[in-house]
Design a protein around this ligand. Structure first.
Ligand SMILES: [Fe+2]
Length: 585
């Protein structure tokens, strides 16, 4: 038997670094570095992920045939960054120094650092940033051909591309370049609204349904949108070319209010601005997708890039029926670039056969019963060990009502969402659970909606959706007659960010919801990521136990181990009670 081919895809140095290991063109391990280093949006070389990927396969770095990096550092830095700063010189001096410093310490030394940190001596390939996005979606899809649309903040130069793929060939045919960027427009408004850029864009999306798009006219002043989907930003309103801030006085004048102080309250104005940027983003996305349909001979669309995490826009694209099928892989943002570049090397450098469709998102770390029990004993917790079937039965029963349960099972998800292996779950029928999970568990803004997981075969009984949405990347309406039944996952505008689940993807999680459905007649539960505000999703039993002990979570289920909060000693219970007193948003 010949030795398998191993390719490591890497994305890092911007935000959300990640690594993917392919064996003969198929994913065997994929994860984001932040989960292991516990640094949210960690952008360092994903050394921890690589170490675990190698251990998972029982190989060493010398078994790796090729490493791929998800963008071309020289093109990005010599070309875009230097040109940009010289164009706005000397106004850009501050951010030029900042970028140069970062470049000197990180980017220039990619090869050196990778060799030093991991001892890798083989070939390193580079793809363009948007090619990596495109490949991550197309090669993971089941399509034999597809139109491709990638939209994000910025890669080297490109911010938006349209392309076409057939068989193992993929080519981007059209591009829009920096500084004109839908992702940066969204980030600029995120900044203006007092949220964290490259991190809180989804909060703006969650806030939008509370507002009216009253400022769309102003948004059109920011973004000159053409009927063919091409666009240009009016750079008078943005300052990201030459400062570390994204917007300045001119945008404040246009919108009539100063930038929101991050800790101050959110009023109707902010909600209306969020609704307006969401509206123009959707309008632009629809025009770009329409253009892709007109120029690419396919019924299938692959979306990728950070803006493809905008599941409200994705839902609208789906309902427009421009394309019969749409695919978005679970790590559509920059962490997914690692997947894309690995696929590109397999298909281009090694002329490998077409990779199989990605069956699910569970490609990260896993802990067996021994490791879990060890962690429980380490923390001095009282716990019960159940059989697999009793775990499902007991948890389905505990889910009824107002219990909040930490559900830690199997391999960790790849991508930004918890999809049933590192999740906090609760009864979607109980409206109070929305408040309880937000304030007592996640310590976060109460406007943020929760996403439902629904049994795939029952999705259209409850939602205006006739297909799977396994990665929580589509928003659709809850049927009008069902909204009252699942208030904890129904957003203010009647919509929900849906995750469908079938038994092939995740038998444990499926069986749990099926058992809950059998008891209650409701195949829908709340699924939110297992973490508190500002922290990465839990990775290990230890992280899960810490989160459990520092919040008002009622139960923790680690594999087949059940931990009850009220069975713990007073000190542990007091710890959680102490935290309850904080007034949060
Ligand atoms: Fe990107």
């Amino acid at each position: 038997m010949s030795k398998p081919n191993y390719i490591l895809g890497i994305s890092c140095f911007y935000h959300d670094s990640g690594a993917v290991l392919l064996r003969d063109g198929e994913v065997v391990y994929a994860a984001q570095e932040e989960r292991f280093t516990r640094k949210k949006h960690d952008d360092a070389i994903p050394v921890e992920v690589v170490k675990r990927a190698l251990a998972h396969e029982g190989i060493t770095i010398d078994d790796i045939d090729a490493v791929g990096f998800y963008e071309k550092p020289l093109l990005k830095f010599f070309d875009r960054i230097l040109q940009t700063y010289f164009k706005v010189w000397p106004r850009g001096l501050v951010s030029y120094h900042h970028a140069m410093q970062e470049w000197m310490t990180k980017k220039l030394w990619t090869n050196h650092l990778f060799g030093k940190e991991l001892g890798y001596k083989g070939p390193i390939f580079y793809s363009s940033h948007h090619e990596a996005h495109a490949a991550s979606s197309y090669y993971a899809s089941k399509f034999e051909d597809a139109a491709i649309v990638t939209v994000d903040g910025v890669g080297e130069w490109a911010t938006t591309t349209v392309g076409y793929a057939k068989g193992t060939e993929l080519a981007l045919t059209e591009e829009i370049h920096f500084p004109h960027s839908l992702g940066l427009l969204y980030s600029a408004i995120t900044y203006y609204l007092g949220f964290k850029v490259n991190s809180a864009e989804y909060k703006v999306m969650g806030l939008a349904p509370y507002g009216e798009p009253k400022y769309v006219e102003q948004m059109h002043k920011l973004l000159d949108l053409k009927p063919d989907g091409s666009f240009a930003l009016n750079m008078e309103y943005f300052t990201y070319e030459y400062t570390l801030r994204m917007t300045g006085k001119k945008l404040e004048q246009l919108l009539g209010q100063p930038r929101r102080n991050p800790e101050s309250s959110l009023d109707q104005f902010h909600k209306d601005v969020a609704a307006s940027v969401q509206a123009i983003t959707e309008e632009a996305m629809m025009l770009i997708v329409k253009h892709a349909k007109e120029t690419c001979p396919s019924e299938n669309l692959c979306l990728a890039g950070g803006v493809a995490l905008n599941c409200v826009a994705n839902g609208k694209i789906l309902r427009s029926n421009m394309f019969k099928n749409i695919y978005i892989q679970p790590a559509s943002g920059d962490a997914g670039g690692a997947l894309g570049v690995a696929y590109l090397i397999w298909h281009r450098e090694f002329k490998g056969k077409r990779s199989s469709p990605l069956p699910h998102a569970y490609w990260g770390s896993e802990y067996d019963g021994t490791a879990i029990e060890h962690a429980l004993k380490d923390h001095g917790l009282t716990y019960e060990k159940l059989s697999a079937s009793d775990t499902i039965k007991t948890v389905a029963q505990l889910l009824e009502g107002d219990n909040v349960i930490g559900w830690f099972q199997g391999r960790m998800e790849y991508g930004p969402r918890a999809l049933g292996n590192r999740s906090i779950i609760a009864d979607a029928r109980n409206k109070e659970n929305w408040k309880k999970v937000n304030l007592k568990i996640k310590f976060r803004e109460s406007f943020r909606p929760f996403a439902p997981t629904v049994l795939e075969e029952k999705v259209d009984d409850w939602f205006e959706l006739d297909r799977e949405s396994p990665y929580m990347l589509l928003v659709a309406d809850v049927h009008a007659d069902k909204r009252e039944k699942i208030p904890a996952v129904t957003h203010v505008d009647g919509s929900a960010r849906i995750q469908t689940i079938n038994r092939e993807q995740n038998p444990r999680y499926y069986d749990l919801i099926k058992a809950f459905d059998d008891r209650t007649g409701c195949p829908v539960i709340i699924n939110t990521s297992f973490n508190v505000r500002g922290e990465p999703i839990v990775e290990s039993p230890k992280d899960a136990i810490n989160c459990f002990l520092h919040t008002q979570m009622d139960y923790l289920v680690l594999g087949n181990f059940l931990v009850r909060k009220d069975a713990q000693n007073q000190k542990m219970q007091d710890n959680a009670a102490y935290l309850e007193q904080f007034e949060l948003d």
